[in-house]
Design a protein around this ligand. Structure first.
Ligand SMILES: Nc1ncnc2c1ncn2[C@@H]1O[C@H](COP(=O)(O)OP(=O)(O)OP(=O)(O)O)[C@@H](O)[C@H]1O
Length: 925
C-alpha cells in the first residue's frame, strides 16, 4: 500500500522537499503537478507551507483510500487554489459520509478543520492585504482630496480675484492653465505612485532575496562558529588535561605537606614533652625559691632588726658628724683667714713688672732689658753709658718678659681674686708710660678671644667660677661700676645718660667699697654680662676720646666689682670689692708741648699719680694718716688701698732704648713701692733700715747736741714765716693771682731752714741721680707750672744744691698761699711741713695747687700731719721712748719728734751734735 510506503519513507527521513529525491512515488505525482502550478495568491509562501503539505500528504496517505488519495494527489494544500481546497474539503466530507467510520470521521473532521483553517488564514491574510491596500488608497484619496481642496481654494481665490480684477483675466487664464497643469502633474503623480508601488514590490522581492542571502550568510557563520566551537573544545580539552596534571602535582604536594606536618607534629610533641618536663622542673624550683624566700624574709627581718640597731648607732655618730661639719665650717673660715694671712705675709702691695714686646715694625730697635731673673730680678742697661753705671738692677715680686702670655700673667694674680670672695677689697692697677701695655695687661687687645683676655676679664671669669664652686655654702651677688677720671673729674662710663655726667665721691672710704655712689651699678651674673658692660664702657670712653684725642692715655679708667656673699648656713654677709685700674700714661710731658689742654691734663695726671704714690707710701709705712683726698683717683680707690685691702701693681715697661729714662723712672717708683711694702722684703729691708736708723741716730746725736741752736733757728724760721705771712697778706691785697711757679719754693726753703743738714734726703736724691727728684721733677713740673719758663725755674729748684742752700724768698710765700696755709693755722702747718714731707703728711683739699710735686715719690719716711700722730705713731716698741726731760719748751714738731726719737738711741749713741734732719724721723713712721 502506498500509504505504508509513504509512512516508511517519512520515518527514514524522506520528503525533505517538495521536489525531494527520496521516496518518490507514483501516488505523489498529483502533488507534484499541483506544486508546479503557479501561485494563486499573492501571499503564498512556498517555504512555510511545505511542511504543512507534507503533513497533509502523510495524513492522507495514512488515512484515506486510494480513491481519496487520488483526489488528494491532485492538490497540494498549500499551493492549491482556494477553490481546490474547498473541493478537497467537500470530498473529504463525502468520503467520510461514505465510510461512516467513526474514527475516520474524526480524522476527516480534523483534516477538514485544518483545511478550513488554512482557507481561513488565507482569507484573513488576503483581507488584511486588501485592508491595507484600501487604507493606502484611502490615504492617497485623502491626499488627493486635500490637494483638490487646495486647488479649489486656489481656483476659488483665483475666481474671486478674477471678479475683483476683470482686467487681469489673462493672468487668470494662465492660472487656469497652471491649475490644469497641476492637475496634469497630479495625474502624473498618481502614475508615479503606481510606479512607486511597483518599485516597492520589486523592492520587496529584492528584500526577500536579501533575506535569503542573509540566511545563507547566517548558515555560513553558524558553520564557522561550529568549527570554532570545535577548536575551542579541543583547546579546552587540552586545558583540562593540563589542569589534571596540575591537580596531580598539587596532590603530590599535599601529600608531601601532610608528611611534613606529621613530622612537625612529632617534633612539637617532643617539644611539648620537654616543656612539660621543664615546667615541672620550674615548679620544683619555685617551690625551692619559696622556701628560700621564706628563709630570706626571716633573714631580712633579722637584718632589719640589726639595721635599726645599727641606725641608732649611726644616728649618734651622725650627730657627731654634724658637729664635725660645723667645725669644718669653722676650719674653712680659719683656712680662709690663714690664706689671707699668708697673702698678707707676702705683702699687701705686690709689684709685678711686665715688659712689652717690640711691636711689629720695631724689630730693628735695641732693647734696654738686659736680664730677667726667675725671682723677680731685672737688669736694665743704659745705652748712653758705659761701665758700671750703665746697668741697673731692680727686684720685684715677679717680672714677666716680653713673651709672657696673658694666662701666665694672670696665674700670679689669681690668688687675689679669691680674697675678694672672702670679703677683702683688692686693687689691681697698671702703671707705666703711654704705650707700655697697661691696657693690654688689664683688658687685653680684644675681648673676643679668650686667649687675649686681660686681667679684667680673667679676674671676673675666675670670680664667677669660684663663686659657682662655692655655691653650696655661699651665695654670691656681683655688680660692677665703671668710671673714668679725666682732669680730676669722675665720669660714669656705664651711665645710660652717657659719660658726660660728672659724679660726686664719698669723702671717706665706705665699707662696701662704694667710692662713687652716683655711678650706676650693674648686677652681673656671668662673664658675658661683664664683657657687654665693658664694651659699653670702652665705647663711652672712646666717645670722649674723639674730642680730646687719645684720651685713654691721659685718663684713668676704674672698673669696680662689688661682691656680696651670704653664707647659706649662718646668713653672715661678706662684702668685697675689686678695683681694676688702667692708669693714665706716667711719662713726663714734653715741655715744648705742655701748654693749654695738654698742660692741664699733665697737671691732673701728675697730681693723681703723685697722690697715688703718697697714699701707697703712707699705707706702706702704716701711717695713721693716709692722704686719700689729694686726688679723685685715690678717693675712688680709697676702699681698696688701705686697711684690709690688697694691692697689686703692674709696672709696664717699653723695652725701646728711646724710653730708657722713662723706664728707669718707672722702675724706681716700682722698686720703692715694692721694697717698702712687701712683707718678705720688709724683713730684708729691716736690716737695711736698722743700718739707716743707725745713721739717723748719728744725726740725732747732732740734733740733740745742737738742740738749742736748732730751736733758735726754728724760732727764727717762725719769725721769717710770720714775716712771709705778712708780706703775703700785703701781696694778696695787691694782686689776686699768685704766681704758682714758686709753689715748691716753700718746702725747699723749709727743708733747708728746718734741717740745715738735710743731706740725708738730698744727698740720697742726688746720689740716685734722679731717684726721688727725677720723678718729682717730671710730675711736679707738669703739675705746678704754667709755662716753659716755669718748668726751667722749677728744674733749678730741684737741684740738690739749691735745695740745701736756697734762700727763703718769695716762693715760700707763694707756696704758703697755694697750700692754703695762710690762715690762722699757718704756723702750725708750717711746722708740720718742716717736720717732713709735705705731701705725705698733709691731706689737702685735692686741688692741683695743693699738690707738692716733688714728693710724688717721697722718701720712705713720712711725717704725720699732726704731732699727735707722731705720738700715736707706730714707733717700734723695741725702741725706748725718749725721756721727757729732753723735750724743750715749745719746741717745733720736728724738735719734739727728734727729741722723742733721740731717746731711742740715747743710751747707745753719744750726742755728737749736727744739723737736724727730717729723714731720720720719717724712717720711724
Ligand atoms: N705683652 C704684649 N704683647 C703684645 N703686644 C703688646 C703687649 N703689651 C702691649 N702690646 C701692644 O702695644 C701697644 C700699646 O699697648 P697699650 O695700648 O696696652 O698701652 P698703654 O700703656 O695702655 O697705652 P695708653 O697709656 O695709651 O693707654 C698695643 O698695640 C698693644 O697691643
Amino acid at each position: 500500500m502506498n500509504f505504508h510506503l509513504e509512512e516508511h519513507k517519512v520515518e527514514n527521513g524522506g520528503f525533505v522537499g517538495l521536489n525531494g529525491t527520496c521516496g518518490r512515488d507514483e501516488s505523489m505525482d498529483g502533488f507534484e503537478g499541483i506544486a508546479e502550478e503557479p501561485l494563486a495568491s499573492a501571499n503564498y509562501h512556498p517555504g512555510n507551507k511545505i511542511q504543512e503539505t507534507l503533513q497533509l500528504k502523510e495524513f492522507f496517505a495514512d488515512q484515506f483510500s486510494t480513491k481519496s488519495m487520488d483526489l488528494i494527489k491532485l492538490t497540494t494544500l498549500e499551493n492549491a487554489p482556494t477553490q481546490s481546497l474547498f473541493s478537497i474539503a467537500n470530498r473529504i466530507l463525502e468520503e467520510s459520509f461514505e465510510r461512516k467510520n467513526g474514527e475516520l470521521f474524526h480524522r476527516m473532521a480534523r483534516l477538514l478543520r485544518k483545511v478550513l483553517q488554512i482557507i481561513e488564514r488565507r482569507m484573513s491574510v488576503q483581507a488584511e492585504s486588501l485592508r491595507d491596500q484600501n487604507n493606502v488608497h484611502k490615504s492617497r484619496e485623502q491626499k488627493f482630496q486635500s490637494r483638490i481642496k487646495v486647488l479649489e481654494t486656489l481656483v476659488k481665490g483665483t475666481s474671486e480675484e478674477i471678479q475683483v480684477a476683470v482686467k487681469n483675466s489673462e493672468s487668470i487664464k494662465i492660472e487656469k492653465t497652471e491649475v490644469e497643469e497641476r492637475r496634469r502633474l497630479e495625474e502624473m503623480d498618481t502614475i508615479k505612485l503606481k510606479k512607486e508601488k511597483d518599485d516597492i514590490r520589486v523592492e520587496v522581492s529584492t528584500l526577500k532575496r536579501d533575506i535569503e542571502m542573509a540566511r545563507k550568510t547566517y548558515e555560513k557563520q553558524r558553520l564557522q562558529l561550529e568549527a570554532e566551537a570545535g577548536k575551542t573544545k579541543l583547546e579546552l580539552e587540552k586545558k583540562v588535561e593540563e589542569l589534571e596534571c596540575l591537580l596531580e602535582d598539587s596532590r603530590k604536594k599535599v601529600a608531601e605537606l601532610e608528611e611534613f606536618s606529621a613530622d612537625k607534629y612529632q617534633r612539637w610533641k617532643r617539644k611539648e614533652h620537654k616543656y612539660r618536663s621543664f615546667i615541672e622542673f620550674q615548679v620544683d624550683a619555685l617551690q625551692d625559691l619559696r622556701a628560700a624566700s621564706k628563709f630570706m624574709k626571716n633573714e631580712v627581718l633579722k637584718t632589719r632588726r640589726r639595721h635599726s640597731e645599727e641606725l641608732n648607732g649611726l644616728g649618734v655618730k651622725l650627730k657627731g658628724l654634724a658637729d664635725a661639719a660645723r667645725n669644718y665650717h669653722m676650719v674653712l673660715t680659719e683656712n680662709r683667714k690663714l690664706y689671707n694671712e699668708i697673702q698678707e705675709l707676702k705683702g699687701n702691695i705686690r709689684v709685678y713688672c711686665r715688659i712689652r714686646p717690640f711691636l711689629p715694625g720695631q724689630s730693628m730697635k735695641h732693647t734696654t732689658i738686659e736680664y730677667i731673673g726667675e725671682n723677680g730680678e731685672l737688669v736694665v742697661a743704659n745705652p748712653m753709658k758705659h761701665g758700671k753705671d750703665s746697668h741697673r738692677l731692680f727686684k720685684f715680686n715677679k717680672v714677666f718678659g716680653p713673651t709672657a702670655t696673658q694666662e701666665e700673667v694672670f696665674m700670679d694674680t689669681q690668688p687675689l681674686i679669691r680674697s675678694v670672695l672672702d670679703g677683702f677689697n683688692v686693687c689691681i692697677f697698671a702703671y707705666g708710660q703711654t704705650g707700655s701695655g697697661k691696657t693690654y695687661t688689664m683688658s687685653g687687645p680684644s675681648a673676643s678671644s679668650r686667649e687675649d683676655w686681660g686681667v679684667n676679664f680673667r679676674a671676673l671669669n675666675d670670680l664667677f667660677q669660684i663663686a659657682q664652686s662655692r655655691g653650696t655654702t655661699v651665695l654670691y651677688e656681683v655688680a660692677v661700676q665703671m668710671v673714668e677720671i679725666y682732669n680730676e673729674q669722675v665720669r660714669d662710663l656705664l651711665s645710660s645718660d652717657g659719660p658726660q655726667k660728672r659724679l660726686g665721691i664719698w669723702n671717706t672710704a665706705q665699707p662696701n667699697g662704694l667710692a662713687v655712689p652716683d655711678a650706676s651699678m650693674h648686677a652681673v651674673k656671668s662673664t658675658s654680662d661683664v664683657l657687654e658692660l665693658m664694651s659699653i664702657g670702652l665705647t663711652n670712653r672712646a666717645v670722649g676720646a674723639t674730642a680730646l684725642n687719645e684720651r685713654s692715655s691721659r685718663s684713668h679708667s676704674v672698673l669696680t666689682v662689688h661682691v656680696r656673699g651670704t653664707d647659706l648656713e649662718t646668713d653672715a654677709v661678706l662684702r668685697g670689692s675689686l678695683h681694676l685700674v688702667d692708669l693714665a700714661g706716667s711719662e713726663r710731658v714734653d715741655r715744648s708741648e705742655a701748654t693749654g689742654d695738654r698742660l692741664k691734663e699733665a697737671q691732673h695726671i701728675n697730681k693723681s699719680l703723685s697722690a697715688l704714690g703718697d697714699v701707697i707710701f703712707a699705707l706702706a709705712q702704716k701711717s695713721p694718716h693716709v692722704p686719700y683726698r689729694n686726688s679723685k683717683l685715690t678717693q675712688v680707690l680709697q676702699s681698696s688701698l688701705g686697711g684690709q685691702a690688697k694691692t697689686l701693681m703692674f709696672v709696664q715697661l717699653n723695652p725701646d732704648v728711646d724710653s730708657y729714662s722713662e723706664t728707669v723712672s718707672t722702675l724706681k717708683f716700682a722698686e720703692r713701692v715694692s721694697g717698702v711694702e712687701l712683707g718678705a722684703a720688709r724683713s730684708n729691708k729691716e736690716g737695711r733700715e736698722v743700718r739707716e736708723l743707725m745713721e739717723q741716730v748719728g744725726f740725732l746725736k747732732e740734733v740733740i747736741s745742737k738742740k738749742d741752736g736748732e730751736i733758735q733757728r726754728l724760732q727764727s724760721l717762725k719769725a721769717n714765716v710770720s714775716a712771709e705771712k705778712r708780706s703775703l697778706t700785703s701781696l694778696r691785697s695787691g694782686s689776686s693771682s699768685s704766681p704758682r711757679r714758686h709753689s715748691i719754693g716753700t718746702p725747699q726753703h723749709l727743708r733747708k731752714t728746718s734741717s740745715g743738714k738735710l743731706s740725708g734726703l738730698s744727698d740720697k736724691a742726688a746720689s740716685d741721680g734722679d731717684n726721688c727728684s727725677e720723678y718729682s721733677d717730671r710730675h711736679s713740673e707738669a703739675g705746678s707750672q704754667q709755662s716753659v719758663d716755669d718748668f726751667k725755674h722749677h728744674k733749678e729748684f730741684y737741684q740738690p744744691s739749691k735745695l740745701a742752700d736756697g734762700p727763703v724768698n718769695q716762693s715760700a710765700t707763694d707756696d704758703v698761699q697755694l697750700l692754703g696755709l695762710e690762715d690762722a693755722d699757718l704756723e702750725e702747718r708750717l711746722s708740720d711741713i718742716s717736720d717732713g714731707d709735705l705731701s705725705m703728711g698733709t691731706e689737702t683739699d685735692g686741688s692741683i695747687g695743693s699738690v707738692v710735686e716733688y714728693t710724688l715719690f717721697p722718701e720712705p719716711s713720712k711725717q704725720p700731719e699732726k704731732s699727735e700722730n707722731i705720738e700715736k705713731s707706730t714707733v717700734p716698741s723695741k725702741l725706748p721712748k725718749p725721756p721727757q726731760k729732753l723735750v724743750q719748751s715749745k719746741p717745733s714738731r720736728l724738735t719734739r719728734s727728734a727729741t722723742k726719737l733721740s731717746s731711742t738711741s740715747r743710751k747707745s749713741i753719744s750726742t755728737t751734735g749736727g744739723s737736724s734732719s727730717a729723714k731720720p724721723l720719717k724712717k720711724w713712721q
